[in-house]
Design a binder for this molecule. Structure first.
Ligand code: CTP
Length: 131
C-alpha cells in the first residue's frame, strides 16, 4: 500500500515526525508532498522560516519517508495523489473533512494532531519582543 501526505513541515518538530511515522504505518511506502515557499506565501501571506529546499531535505532524510516532492499548488492534490499512485491519503485532523472529495480515488484518513506543538507556537515562543 502506498501512502501520501502533505505539509509545510517548517521548523521541523515532533508533531511533524509523529504524523509521518503514523502515516507510514498505514502502508509500506510513504510519499510526502512538501509545500513550496510560494504556495505558503499565497496561502498564509508569509514565507516559511526554512526554505523549501531545506524543508525537503529534512523530510527526505527521515527513515519513515520513502519519497518526497514539492507541492506547488493546493489545486493539484488530485493530480499528485494519482501520479504518485497513492492508495491512502493521511492528514492531521486539523484538515478533517477537507479532503473527503478524494475518497473516490483513495482512502482518506485524518489522524489526531500531536497536542501542544505547532510551527506557529514555536515561532511565537522564540520571537524576541521588540522593545
Ligand atoms: N501536525 C500534527 N501535529 C501537530 C502539528 C502538525 O499531526 N502538532 C500535522 C498536520 O496535521 C499536518 C502535518 O503535520 O498533517 C504538517 O503540518 P504543518 O501545517 O506543516 O505544521 P504546523 O505545525 O501545523 O504548522 P503551522 O503552525 O504553521 O500551521
Amino acid at each position: 500500500m502506498r501512502v501520501i501526505t502533505f505539509g509545510t513541515f517548517d521548523v521541523f518538530h515532533v508533531g511533524h515526525l509523529r504524523i509521518l511515522e503514523r502515516a507510514r504505518e498505514y502502508g509500506d511506502f510513504l510519499v510526502a508532498g512538501v509545500s513550496t515557499d510560494s504556495m505558503n506565501y499565497s496561502k498564509k501571506g508569509r514565507y516559511p522560516v526554512y526554505d523549501q529546499n531545506e524543508r525537503l531535505q529534512i523530510i527526505q532524510a527521515l527513515r519513515c519517508v520513502d519519497k518526497v516532492f514539492f507541492e506547488e499548488s493546493m489545486e493539484l492534490k488530485r493530480h499528485y495523489i494519482e501520479s504518485h499512485l497513492a492508495d491512502i491519503l493521511v492528514m492531521g485532523d486539523d484538515w478533517a473533512g477537507k479532503f473527503d472529495e478524494f475518497s473516490d480515488i483513495c482512502r482518506v484518513v485524518y489522524l489526531p494532531r500531536t497536542p501542544s506543538v505547532s510551527t506557529t507556537a514555536i515561532i511565537e515562543k522564540i520571537r524576541i519582543p521588540k522593545s
